[in-house]
Ligand binder design. Structure first.
Ligand code: ZN
Length: 227
């Protein structure tokens, strides 16, 4: 573990005064966005911690503005915990995002993982089923809300017939990007149905006039034509 090279990264609290104009009223919404970072990390990760903090203040207000449920405010204070020996790059639970130290050391450019997890904070689906839609929307949001440059990560430019909208993550994310381009606002409508625990697969047809299987085939065919 090279203890002598490690430093205790003591709770540095960054409090921002980024207010949310448009989202006034309820007391909780007046709280500023803030990020608390804790964990025992190597000093060489300090720049990444700084970049993640900057990204938080850039992307989270946008995610909240677009995806927050009007009656169920998203958390304004998020805890970012740097942990070792976790099995995934990052996960979200109860206002806390836990990120793998080892993952960031190997992939210091993978800042977008934060945007993905922050999307889960705003989604707050009472039931995260279907998982492919939950994860697909988080990657869709990661693509849109940053960071702008994401070395080593991108949504696919094309979708393949052998894939499925249920493939989750980037494949579903690309499908949702195509879908919202064809039917502006549909992603937000599906998302709200998930938040209200009312989502059903037929919603795709209700909101677009076309069943999801056909939408998928359309997306495969249309994206193939593009360079
Ligand atoms: Zn996720």
């Amino acid at each position: 573990m090279n203890a002598q090279y490690r430093a205790l990264f003591v709770a540095i609290v960054f409090v921002s005064s980024i207010a949310s104009p448009g989202l006034a009223q309820a007391p909780v919404e007046k709280k500023p966005f803030s990020l608390t970072t804790t964990g025992e990390i190597d000093p060489d990760l300090a720049p990444v911690v700084g970049q993640l903090t900057t990204l938080f203040y850039q992307s989270y207000p946008k995610l909240v503005k677009r995806f927050e449920h009007p009656k169920k405010p998203a958390p304004r204070q998020i805890n970012l915990v740097f942990a070792r020996n976790i099995k995934v790059p990052a996960y979200y639970s109860n206002s806390t995002i836990t990120v793998s130290v080892e993952w960031l050391q190997k992939h210091p450019d993978d800042l977008g993982v934060l945007t993905h997890e922050l999307t889960h904070a705003v989604q707050a689906y009472p039931k995260s089923d279907p998982g492919w839609l939950t994860e697909g929307l988080a990657d869709y949001a990661r693509h849109l809300y940053g960071p702008k440059e994401q070395p080593g990560w991108a949504l696919p430019t094309q979708l393949l017939a052998k894939q499925s909208y249920k493939d989750s993550y980037r494949v579903t994310g690309r499908f949702l990007l195509w879908l919202d381009d064809k039917h502006p606002g549909v992603v937000d409508k599906l998302h709200r149905r998930m938040q209200d625990r009312e989502f059903a697969i037929e919603d795709f047809r209700t909101f677009t006039g076309t069943a999801i299987d056909e939408l998928w085939e359309d997306s495969v065919r249309e994206l193939k034509k593009k360079p």
